[in-house]
Design a protein around this ligand. Structure first.
Ligand code: XUL
Length: 540
């Protein structure tokens, strides 16, 4: 009999679904919905509402409408919905959904004849949700960090320093600026636990992976940390869902979906998690030695950690991994939107962009770009500006190579704390289809880059997590290795080799890049003589 498993991924820009079977690597169903174009009535740009340069929200109702539109589409396509055994999901991390006291009552009394978005329109105590792109909470970050005893103490308690986009500082800002609305908030979900609550028909727990991105969960005990709660907002504990292990089966699907879409009443819901923890599974990182780079709206660099190992400098994060171990992560806000901005401002198609990248010399003739089109997380840049050294915005070649080298030199520089010199990099996310970008990554890191046939590894990871939990529940043991071997291992469709002749050049260029970053951000010495020296060494 066909045992099907559904994974969903609610990212910044869209919702994706995948259906797979337990014992074969084939994909039974795959579909993507883009928020901006499918739901234009929410007036989002790339799925977000830019309220001001630092304040970035999304309308949570769009996520509900996307979920039901996806199920409508599955029905229309004749998907064997009743054969789905378990569902898990992935969502952009950190974003919060603020709900009033009617939320759970409404979830329990949904009318299957009416749409979900219609019935849940009034459950919000805040109509928009701050998301991970928001950087408006510097003040609150400082207050919480101070209350927890400083940066190192904060990192030791929560796994990360306080960050503008993390849920705790965001909740504190809401409490400070809109205390009445905070008072009327019965529960605060993450995007992941919000969506799993819909499927479950009641409030769902937050899993340890996504919980670690809040500055509220103790990274050792995996419980809400009383000191962090107190430093954030009064009465917060009562407003937070429970925490649970990422592999937990949190219940069966709500009768609403059984009646409206024909799901089997015995379909199990597995805790949802953040997109990065899900990707870790999707690309098959369950042991040390490999790292992954995700090229999405955000670019992230992550790896599996057997043991808790913190970045006391404070740029990176440690989250719980779906395996119950840990993962390290560094997140860059200037990902695909910045690449797209540079491409568009030069009037290029992606094909032309790639051709230029292929035909320009590694090292960019000594031209250096600091790629801060948006406020940046690593390093912290709150007043963004693209900085060019040795060229201007009209130099087509300089800009194309400049943006790609700038992004990945920065990634190489700021990932050094992980202490893992990768020999293999798994690359995922939309831009991973671009071989020229992947070649630049391979050259800069001096590592093989593996390109996968499924670019959305988060949605694949979600489906795999649902298989893992279901099988563990019904058949006892299942190993991650077994699952990864069946579903992730054979997905490498291309292996890009680093060109050894550029190793020394890029080692020097990372140092040169750092001098430019120090100059611009920390008032360091003028890097121009070093840039000239680099040009003399490699291009004259
Ligand atoms: C991770 C982060 C982003 C979001 C967007 O810390 O902020 O990667 O999860 O998808």
């Amino acid at each position: 009999m066909n045992e099907l498993f559904l994974g969903l991924d609610c990212s910044t820009q869209g919702l994706t679904a995948i259906i797979i079977e337990k014992n074969t690597s084939g994909v039974k169903f795959f579909h993507d919905l883009d928020f901006e174009t499918t739901f234009p009535h929410y007036n989002t740009k790339n799925g977000v509402l830019l309220l001001d340069e630092k304040t970035v929200h999304s309308p949570p109702l769009i996520w509900i409408e996307a979920l039901e539109t996806m199920f409508d589409y599955m029905l229309k396509r004749g998907v064997e919905i009743e054969q789905i055994k378990a569902i898990s999901g992935s969502a952009q991390q950190h974003g919060q959904v603020y709900l009033n006291s009617t939320f759970e009552k409404r979830l329990k009394n949904l009318n299957p004849k009416l749409s979900l978005a219609f019935q849940l329109e009034h459950v919000f105590s805040r109509n928009t949700s701050p998301i991970w792109m928001d950087s408006s909470t510097t003040e609150q970050c400082e207050e919480i960090r101070k209350a927890l005893g400083g940066k190192e103490a904060t990192i030791k308690i929560t796994g990360s320093d306080t960050f503008e986009r993390f849920s705790g500082p965001q909740i504190r800002k809401f409490y400070q600026k809109q205390p009445e609305k905070y008072g009327r908030t019965a529960i605060i979900h993450l995007v992941s636990s919000f969506l799993s609550s819909l499927l479950l028909g009641k409030n769902a727990p937050i899993d340890h992976g996504d919980g670690a991105g809040m500055n509220l969960m103790n990274i050792q005990s995996k419980k809400w940390d009383v000191r962090a709660l107190n430093a954030t907002a009064p009465g917060l504990k009562k407003k937070l869902p429970k925490l649970c292990a990422s592999h937990k089966i949190i219940g069966k699907i709500s009768p609403y979906f059984v009646k409206r879409y024909g799901f089997n009443p015995d379909t199990y819901i597995v805790a949802w998690s953040g997109d990065n923890p899900n990707s870790l599974i999707g690309v098959g990182l369950i042991e040390k030695g490999k790292v992954a780079i995700s090229l999405g709206t955000s670019d992230t660099y992550f790896s599996y950690l057997k043991e808790l190992s913190l970045d006391l400098k404070g740029e990176g994060h440690v989250f719980s991994a779906p395996t119950g171990d840990y993962m390290s992560l560094i997140c860059y806000k200037n990902g695909s939107l910045t690449r797209e901005y540079v491409k568009n401002s030069l009037g290029l198609s992606w094909q032309e962009f790639s051709r230029i990248l292929m035909n320009t010399p590694p090292g960019n003739l000594g031209k250096i770009m600091l790629p801060y089109y948006l406020p940046e997380i690593v390093p912290l840049v709150l007043n963004p500006r693209i900085m060019r050294f040795g060229f201007d915005k009209f130099d087509m070649e300089g800009n194309v190579r400049g943006i790609i080298e700038g992004q990945f030199l920065s990634m190489k520089l700021h990932s050094q704390w992980i202490n893992e010199t990768p020999k293999e990099i798994m690359v995922t996310g939309g831009a991973s289809i671009n071989d020229e970008i992947l070649q630049t990554i391979a050259d800069i890191f001096g590592a093989h880059v593996n390109k996968l046939d499924i670019t959305n590894s988060a949605v694949l990871g979600a489906a795999l997590r649902s298989i893992y939990s279901y099988t563990r529940h019904f058949h006892g043991k299942i190993s991650w290795r077994e699952l990864i071997n069946t579903h992730s291992k054979g997905r490498t469709i291309k292996r890009i080799t680093p060109r050894l002749q550029y190793r020394q050049l890029y080692d020097d260029m990372v140092k040169l890049y750092k001098k430019h970053e120090d100059y611009y951000l920390n008032k360091g010495p003028n890097p121009e003589p070093f840039r000239k020296e680099f040009i003399r060494k490699y291009f004259q």
